[in-house]
Ligand binder design. Sequence first.
Ligand code: P6P
Length: 333
Amino acid sequence: MSNKNQTLGEFIIDNQAHFPYATGELSRLMNSIRLAAKMVNHEVNKAGLVDITGAIGSTNIQGEDQQKLDVIANDIFIKSLVNRDIVCGIASEENDDFIQVSGAKNDNNTNYVVLIDPLDGSSNIDVNVSVGTIFSIYRRVTAVGTPVTEEDFLQPGNQQVAAGYVVYGTSTMLVYTTGHGVNGFTLNPALGTYYLSHPNMKFPESGNIYSVNEGNYVHFPQGIKNYIKYCQEEKEDRPYTSRYIGSLVSDIHRNMIKGGVYLYPSSSKSPNGKLRLLYECNPIAFIAEQANGLATDGIQRILDIKPTALHQRVPFVCGSKKMVEKVAFFMQE
Ligand code: P6P
């Protein structure tokens, strides 16, 4: 249930009943993410003014230079989740291992684990291009009251109870699903309140935008090369438009509104692609499917992949149903 200009807080309360085991924990979890996103938005917006942009000389498990804002965003989300005494475990792109959230208050008596990419696309910050946060929420599978284990985090994406992203763009939006459709909320920075601006978001069934880093063309599988050439042909509905921001959340968000397909394929340089299954592909795939789109690794459904490692990478094709199906056709040809 949704009505225009409803605040995110009102929406969460109105839709809490959707949740069979709604003990208010998931609502409180979403509220802590809502607050953390506001705090990160504040840091991102002032990044150019205060010396917090640029790398800090350390690297994360991916071997990528950690940007100062990456670390600040990671700290903000972790603190917000821990302080609210809502989750029993957190996994983050910025942390080599998952974080056990326990202590006097918590005693592991909460049901949820959160996986997060606190600031995706952070290399774009220094050039003032949009960045995003991506989050994925599961119920733990190990016994409540015991420490979480890796098993709680290595669940297939089809077990997610909620997922979402924040896009820090020309405006800041929080877009999420709990399995009952996708809704987008725009932050009014003057009030610090999010308003329902994009109810019931849906991928158009097809579109004319393809998003891929064509600089990797020579390293792509032949099926992907053939699909890119298909997009560029002079035919009835083509050539398509090429749009690639280099920030997953921004490319996905635009394609969901306008219709399009995003591809980060495997290549001879990156046999499993670049994007991480647990805190990038699974949450975006959950949103895509809830918005009548599709998300595959080129062939198989992302949400059915059984994870084997916290930071594993998978090839990723996501967007309008007919376009993702077309990619699979070329991949299987
Ligand atoms: P490339 C950002 O680093 C990211 O994880 C995604 O947000 C983005 O779509 C992709 O990588 C860009 O990667 O190799 O094209 O620069």
